[in-house]
Design a protein around this ligand. Structure first.
Ligand code: BTN
Length: 280
């Protein structure tokens, strides 16, 4: 386990926006549960998802969390890269078992947990189906769910979450200056990343426990209430095809119900959304 105090990333400044991540600062914020029961705090890694992919099977216990100050090969959905400067954001992954529920629900649980933790802190964010956390049309966080298979214990999930926290617009690549945002930009001050991580993990624990027990409705109901995609006309890229219509609801598995212009309904498990209208 690597803690970051005195790490090569330590610039020696005491600025609150660069307070390091540390086990001793995260653990007091964690409620009871298995998520975070093993916690790796890393200076630098290729990707926290890859770190959990590589853990030997005997160490790959459910609830293991890896959080990093910096990723050299962070990845997003659709083969994109996920870039963040050191010590600004939250970049973490959680190893989970198979819930016996659609994977989309686990992704949704990750995004909803971030939304809840930020709203609790007075930040007005919403869910852009299926996995983005947004504010005023700008992306603040994203979720990438991958699988891992083990010969003895079967397959598992790796839920990777990136949240823009103490990130200034000037620190972002040019192409992300107007399409992304961060908690610092939204509230004008730095956030304690250790505390925020603890809160997101606690929320995730609640949703994960419900999913494991087959209780899907609390998560779906919360997601519906926070999903800013619903009620809008949208264009959705699904693989190579594009469909358009009204995003009318989420079904009982967290899939998007799209009412198309010809009156037909499509149920989408995954897709990349572009908004064609503001709330309808
Ligand atoms: C997306 O919106 O495209 C998903 C982004 C997920 C990024 C996180 S950062 C921590 C974890 N490690 C990765 O390499 N990716 C995820």
């Amino acid at each position: 386990m690597t803690d970051v105090a005195g790490s090569p990333l330590d610039t020696g400044t005491e600025s609150p926006e660069r307070t390091p991540l540390a086990r001793r600062a995260i653990l007091p914020h964690l409620a009871a549960g298995n998520i975070g029961s093993r916690l790796f705090v890393l200076d630098e890694i290729d990707s926290t998802n890859s770190f959990l992919q590589r853990l030997p099977e005997g160490e790959a216990t459910e609830g293991t969390v890896a959080v990093a100050e910096y990723q050299t090969a962070g990845r997003g959905r659709h083969g994109r890269v996920w870039v963040a400067p050191p010590r600004a954001n939250l970049l973490f992954s959680v190893l989970l078992g198979r819930p016996g529920q659609p994977l989309g629900l686990v992704t949704l649980a990750g995004a909803v947990s971030v939304v809840e933790a930020l709203r609790e802190r007075g930040i007005d964010v919403g869910l852009k189906w299926p996995n983005d956390v947004v504010s005023k049309g700008r992306k603040l966080a994203g979720v990438l769910c991958e699988t891992r298979s083990d010969s003895q214990s079967g397959s598992k999930l790796i839920l990777g979450i990136g949240v823009n926290v103490n990130l200034r617009a000037a620190d972002r690549p040019e192409d992300l200056r107007t399409t992304a945002t961060s908690t610092m930009e939204l509230v004008g001050s730095a956030f304690d990343r250790n505390e925020l991580l603890g809160e997101i993990l606690n929320r995730l624990q609640i949703h994960w426990d419900s999913l494991r027990m087959g209780e899907l409705q609390p998560l779906i109901a919360t997601a519906r209430g926070k999903c800013e995609t619903l009620g809008r006309r949208v264009r959705v890229k699904v693989g190579e095809s594009i469909v358009a219509g009204l995003a009318s609801d989420l079904d009982g598995s967290g899939r998007l119900i799209l009412r198309m212009d010809n009156g037909e309904q499509r149920i989408l498990e995954i897709g990349e959304i572009t908004y064609l209208s503001s709330v309808g």
